[in-house]
Design a protein around this ligand. Structure first.
Ligand SMILES: Cc1ncc(COP(=O)(O)O)c(C=O)c1O
Length: 489
């Protein structure tokens, strides 16, 4: 098992007296306190012209500061100016990056920008099969050719696990013209790969490494969590701050590493094309606030508490018969804050619905095997106590699961059989046929259910008998029309 290194985190952790700066938050506060006569978008004009029930629900203040860039000295996102530029620079410092870009439309926007800026038609990209669908959407747009690398399988949990550096090295040897290695770490369920070894291999072959660390934005701020890829030699890293970092939904960051060999200006240009031209200052301020919070003494304390709570939960779960939790094992570590559990005799879906209906608990997600629990900054110790008590009751409570176990559909972790390029198949003439008739045909659609948005079938891949059990919910599938030439686009 890879050893966790002792880490340096949080610039401000030792000093109570330093006020952490948050320039967008400051600028918005200033705009709020010094209102102008407003003749610009958004047209609800500080919430005055908005559905009353909505205003009541969200509050006057939030609508008052709902604005976009350019106004009230708030700066601009493209190009980054004023408080927005300053906030991005502070984020870059906090994460140890050369440059940080704030993202609206989540890490999805970051992945699209990476593909658009750093890959091109026909170029080979080594990418893990369990990548998020946004990465492959990017490849469909750019026309780059994925060379799939399959992580190890953790079969008793029916999930993809860690990625071996040796597999990436083998692919780099076989494909010396590879333009980019692009991997996801951690997995949705919190399995962590040995990024140091992977980045060493990439450097040996002179190929840049991008790490989709969407679920690992807290790592930079706690010595109890794995090391961020930014400090392990990756060239670029994507973080969904909104997932676990405390910013508002949809807001993320893309970092370019200090000694990156990637073209950060190309990434910036792609983001300009991909982003809305009316960025929400609320979302941008929430990114600024999340970074400031994680650097602050109280944020550091919240993160310590989250880790402690996760350990408490895990200890409680260890003592529940019939309940199992995913832990670090041979070859891989796990992020302690992501707790993937299963209960004997219950599918994950059934466990999720018992938690929801009988205990009023909502978890991050459920697969056929288990449920994923996130130990977040905002959860209190009593939340975890209630959760552990509830799980104790469920595991010993005689709950039955006939319907769900029968309909259980395991995620097929198959090596894809590629018949056509991703982009050509996506743009080919298609037809919709009954699922039973689709075996032997070439898929024309992305089948990647959310969460976690990992692909089962992609355009250009052969549909086989082994896919069918997973496609219970599909009556028809979109396939490439036989002899259908790609449409000219
Ligand atoms: C690994 C990974 N990358 C990227 C994304 C997209 O993130 P966002 O929801 O921030 O767009 C997700 C979303 O679940 C993800 O799991």
């Amino acid at each position: 098992m890879a050893k966790q290194q002792v880490k340096q985190t949080g610039k401000y952790t030792e000093n109570d007296n330093i006020k952490v700066k948050a320039p967008i938050v400051e600028a918005l506060k200033n705009a709020y306190e010094n209102p102008t006569y407003q003749f610009h978008i958004p047209g609800h004009t500080k919430g005055k012209a908005i559905f009353k029930d909505f205003r009541k629900l969200v509050g006057d203040k939030v609508l008052n500061i709902d604005t976009t860039d350019e106004f009230d000295n708030l700066g601009t996102l493209h190009p980054a100016t004023g408080p927005i530029k300053e906030a991005q620079e502070l984020a870059a410092q906090a994460f140890g990056a050369k440059r940080t870009f704030f993202l609206l439309n989540g890490s999805t926007a970051g992945n699209l920008a990476i593909a658009m800026a750093l890959t091109k038609k026909g170029q080979k990209v080594i990418i893990n099969r369990n990548c998020h669908r946004s990465a492959l959407t990017g490849l469909m747009i750019s026309g780059a050719e994925p060379i799939w690398v399959c992580p190890n399988q953790i079969e008793n949990w029916s999930i993809w696990g860690n990625l071996d550096a040796s597999k990436i090295e083998k692919l780099l040897q076989e494909n010396p013209d590879t333009g980019l290695v692009w991997i996801t770490n951690p997995t949705y369920e919190g399995v962590v790969s040995d990024i140091k070894s992977i980045s060493t291999v990439c450097k040996k072959y002179g190929v840049p490494l991008v790490v989709d660390e969407a679920h690992g934005c807290l790592w930079n701020f706690s010595k109890h969590l794995p090391e961020t890829a930014l400090k392990l030699g990756a060239d670029a890293v994507v973080h969904s701050l909104h997932k676990t970092g405390g910013s508002m939904s949809q807001s993320s960051m893309l970092h370019i590493a200090k000694d990156s060999i990637l073209d950060d200006k190309a990434v910036e240009k792609a983001l300009k094309l991909l982003h809305t031209t009316s960025p929400s200052l609320l979302l941008l301020a929430s990114l600024d606030a999340a970074r400031a919070n994680l650097e602050s003494k109280s944020g550091q304390a919240a993160l310590e508490r989250a880790v402690k709570n996760a350990k408490y939960l895990r200890t409680r779960l260890d003592n529940i018969p019939n309940l199992h939790q995913l832990k670090s094992d041979f070859g891989y570590m796990t992020d302690v804050t992501k707790v993937f559990i299963k209960v004997d005799g219950l599918s994950g879906k059934r466990l999720e619905s018992i938690l929801e209906i009988d205990f009023n608990i909502e978890v991050e997600s459920a697969s056929d095997i288990g449920v994923l629990i996130l130990c977040n900054l905002g959860n209190s110790h009593s939340d975890f106590k209630y959760l552990a008590d509830s799980l104790e009751k469920i595991a010993s409570g005689g709950y039955k699961d006939i319907y769900y176990l029968e309909k259980r559909k395991h995620m097929p972790m198959l090596e894809p059989q590629i018949k056509m390029s991703l982009r050509d198949a996506f743009y080919a003439e298609k037809e919709t046929i009954r699922k039973e008739e689709a075996v032997g045909r070439v898929s024309a659609e992305v089948i990647a259910e959310c969460p976690p948005g990992i692909s089962i079938l992609l355009p250009g891949e052969l549909i086989t008998e082994e896919h069918l059990p997973y496609l219970n919910d599909y009556e028809v599938l979109e396939v490439v029309k036989e002899n259908g030439a790609p449409e000219k686009i």
